[in-house]
Design a protein around this ligand. Structure first.
Ligand code: UT7
Length: 338
């Protein structure tokens, strides 16, 4: 059963989507020149063929701002109409100010309250739920919810266990209160979230924070890069994403057969296929773009949603299942009626 913290809300609708991916492409073959790996291994084990890498002088907020501008254009509203910006990221421009404040400045959203959320790969769905709370209580009317990452800044390019998996990019949605109109398009029908800090050590960036500041002594062991127990993470990801999907569907009063399209976190094709199998759905019900971008953490779901939207794959009334899993561990799922 869904937990009490995951109660259903009403009347927040996605009215625009946008994304931005950096130009530079890093292929599996490129990586095989840096570490002991191969296109065959990466493709078979993950489904990833290439990923995008941000320019050195491109910060997370630069990508987030461009995704936001595109989402605003899609929604047909101005930046001044936005009164809340929530950015989900584990690669903020700096510890503070928040990346959301930099986005505000870059897009001119002068009327917005701005802050970041840290929930790793589940960050976008966490941010969506936080923004819904603000909107559904009447506190705010129009929010930009953004997932943006420059994971290349956290990668140890000597570690083949992790460097082949991740990439950079940003995705954004505009959400707005749907007033009395209960069948408004893009309506978020349900969201469930969960966390288990007991498993924090399985996926983390151990250094660079207050627990382990970077010093001249520890810098060479690269504690400020991603460390992951891949096999364990994989198992938990499948279990939690299936549970969360079922809970979000139940909360929305829908069944698995009602799903038109799954927009899953893009970490590993085998994880996505295992989820589809467990839900009893064909693999082609899941939107896939990890072959092009790899795992962009909080950005995967809004980028996939935007690509599905712009490719004309989303029709009015479609039932979308959004589902994510990441460091913490954290997990979340949302059902959206397009
Ligand atoms: O986004 C947040 C959530 N993240 C995830 O959900 C990721 C979950 N984990 C995974 O996707 C997979 O566990 C990985 C893709 C990370 C690894 O795949 P795996 O099938 O679990 O492989 P493994 O870690 O069990 O490693 C199998 C073998 C090992 O060699 P031995 O010990 O069998 O000789 C690894 O050393 O593959 C080796 N290996 C590689 N070989 C070539 C690991 N990385 C590579 C590599 N190229 N890049």
């Amino acid at each position: 059963m869904p937990t009490p913290s995951s109660q259903a809300f009403c009347a927040s609708s996605i009215i625009g989507t946008g994304s931005y991916m950096p130009e530079k492409v890093l292929t599996n073959d490129d990586l095989s020149k840096i570490v002991d790996t191969s296109d065959e291994w990466i493709t078979t084990r993950t489904g990833i063929r290439e990923r995008r890498i941000a320019a050195e002088d491109q910060a997370t907020s630069d990508m987030a701002a461009e995704a936001a501008r595109r989402a605003l254009a899609d929604a047909g509203i101005s930046a001044e109409e936005v009164n809340l910006i929530v950015v989900a990221t584990v690669t903020p421009d700096m510890f503070f100010p928040s990346t959301a404040c930099f986005v505000q400045k870059k897009i001119g959203a002068t009327n917005a309250v701005c802050f970041d959320i840290s929930a790793a790969c589940s960050g976008f769905l966490y941010a969506l739920q936080v923004a819904r709370h603000f909107i559904n209580t009447g506190n705010r009317s129009t929010a930009l919810v953004i997932g943006a990452e420059k994971l290349s800044s956290l990668i140890n390019w000597q570690d083949r266990n992790t460097c082949v998996l991740f990439g950079d990019g940003a995705g954004a949605v505009v959400i707005r209160r749907a007033e009395e109109e209960t069948d408004a398009p893009g309506r978020v029908l349900s969201t469930v979230m969960g966390s288990d800090g007991n498993l924090a050590d399985l996926l983390k960036v151990p250094g660079g924070g207050s627990a382990c500041p970077i010093t001249a002594e520890n810098a060479l062991s690269r504690p400020n890069t991603i460390h992951m127990e891949g096999r364990e993470t994989f198992k938990h990801a499948v279990t939690r994403m299936c549970q969360a999907s079922e809970q979000a569907l139940e909360m929305a009063g829908l069944k698995k057969e009602d799903i038109t399209l799954i927009i899953p976190h893009q970490a590993n094709l085998r994880i996505i296929q295992a989820i589809a199998d467990r839900l009893g759905l064909p693999h082609d019900k899941a939107f896939i773009n990890l072959d092009k971008y790899g795992n962009t953490s909080a950005a995967t779901i809004p980028v996939a949603l935007d690509e599905a939207n712009r490719a004309g794959r989303l029709k009015r009334g479609d039932i979308l299942l959004l589902v994510a899993f990441g460091g913490g561990f954290t997990w979340a799922s949302s059902v959206v009626r397009w």
